[in-house]
Write a protein that binds this ligand. Structure first.
Ligand SMILES: Nc1ncnc2c1ncn2[C@@H]1O[C@H](COP(=O)(O)OP(=O)(O)OP(=O)(O)O)[C@@H](O)[C@H]1O
Ligand SMILES: [Mg+2]
Length: 387
């Protein structure tokens, strides 16, 4: 699957072919969407590449962090944040240590993982989505039962999972939400990561990983009911913690870029001029998240919901859709109010109290925020009534 044609999606194991150009699909893979940037980077890149890497570690980090190439091509930043974190992540992938991206929800773990795999292997699709029901077969291999019954175990009847395919082709496998996977299934990764082999006892054989193989796992450290990694497994990963953005300006920058690109892919007119509402949305998120107003003067209660950058992105995107279809195209307080309420009030009782208090003590008196206060109040009392 490496070197995937940017205009088509693959043919599935079952032979179901789903072809489509990247502007026909709802969401193109990173390597399809940014095919031009990846090609430009590969063309100028003359630094040493680890075995089977599509580009050098320098080019991978430039792809993630953005920059301008010798030939004038502009690489858009995918991750906005610390350069060092991305360098540590890329350097780890170039060794035999796997990479674990850890952080609270919405800190771009999956996003970074997808772009890293796209840059390093040219293929971000070898992914296992971790759930409480993920079985060992999903990680390793399964069987085509018709063939197994008819001919017994054979290489033809074996259906390799994403990790096995990555081992065979020397590519990056991604494991999403590693800590949601039951502990015994997680542990099946230990042999893969330390011995770099995957035994197939049924065929009395094994698959040895080709050079270039590595694993990027993501896990979120906020979820309840997760299965913590055993120390044996944790030792095999370099852990990189992706933080929430440091400053208001950084967070506004992230939201602006993502909303602009989401708006473009949804054919919503995203005019940067009209996105001044972003800074208010991000301010509300940051204040409620930290429990302190931006001027550091007033402490407030935090809601139970996670208010990450990802929530700010979706509040503004839905505001953009409202403004484009039912308003004058300019995102205003009315368009983001409902989104804010929905993002903040996840628990209809406790969060409604927090939101109410925040509106009264912070939003109401703030200069220039009257319209936002009114728009939020016009939505009526928060669900379950005001306490
Ligand atoms: N620092 C950042 N730079 C660029 N984009 C960011 C940043 N932080 C968040 N985002 C954006 O936030 C969105 C959500 O990110 P993503 O889904 O990768 O989060 P996650 O950490 O995997 O969350 P979860 O734990 O819920 O799976 C993405 O669209 C991403 O672009
Ligand atoms: Mg994720």
């Amino acid at each position: 699957m490496t070197g995937i044609d940017p205009t088509t999606t693959g043919t599935s194991e079952a032979g179901i072919s789903e072809t489509g150009t990247s502007d026909e699909v709802v969401r193109a893979h990173a390597e399809q969407q940014f095919a031009d940037e990846l090609t430009a980077l590969r063309n100028v890149d003359d630094r040493p590449r680890p075995p089977r890497w599509a580009m050098s570690p320098w080019a991978v980090s430039t792809y993630l962090l953005g920059g301008e190439l010798r030939d004038g091509t502009v690489i858009t930043p995918k991750y906005i944040g610390s350069r060092r974190l991305i360098e540590i992540a890329v350097a780890s992938l170039a060794t035999d240590r796997a990479l674990l991206l850890l952080g609270v929800p919405g800190t771009a773990k999956s996003w970074v993982s997808e772009h890293l795999a796209a840059a390093v292997s040219g293929d971000s699709t070898l992914v296992v989505q971790g759930t409480a029901g993920t079985s060992e077969e999903t990680i390793r291999y399964g069987w085509n039962y018709a063939s197994l019954l008819a001919h017994g175990p054979s290489a033809d009847a074996l259906v390799p999972g994403p990790v096995m395919r990555a081992m065979q082709s020397g590519a990056i496998a991604r494991i999403e939400e590693l800590t949601r996977i039951p502990a015994d299934v997680q542990d099946s990764l230990i042999t893969i990561l330390s011995e770099k082999t995957l035994p197939v006892p049924e065929l009395d054989t094994e698959v040895q990983a080709r050079r270039g193989f590595n694993v990027i796992a993501t896990a979120n450290n906020r979820d309840k009911g997760v299965n913590d990694l055993s120390s044996a497994l944790r030792r095999r990963f370099t852990t990189v913690v992706l933080p929430l953005p440091d400053s208001l300006a950084d967070e506004v920058d992230i939201v602006t870029r993502r909303v602009t690109s989401l708006g473009a892919s949804l054919d919503l007119p995203a005019d940067l001029e009209s996105l001044s509402e972003i800074s208010r949305v991000v301010t509300v998120m940051r204040e409620l998240r930290s429990g302190l107003t931006a001027d550091g003067r007033t402490t407030i209660k935090s809601p139970s919901s996670t208010l990450s950058t990802a929530e700010a992105i979706s509040v503004v995107t839905s505001g953009l859709s409202l403004a484009a279809h039912f308003g004058d195209g300019v995102v205003g307080a009315d368009d983001v109010a409902a989104g804010l309420l929905g993002a903040v009030v996840k628990d209809p009782v406790q969060d409604a109290v927090v939101w109410d208090e925040y509106l009264e003590t912070v939003v109401r008196g703030r200069e220039g925020w009257d319209d936002l206060y009114r728009a939020c109040r016009d939505l009526g009392p928060a669900p379950m009534g005001r306490a």
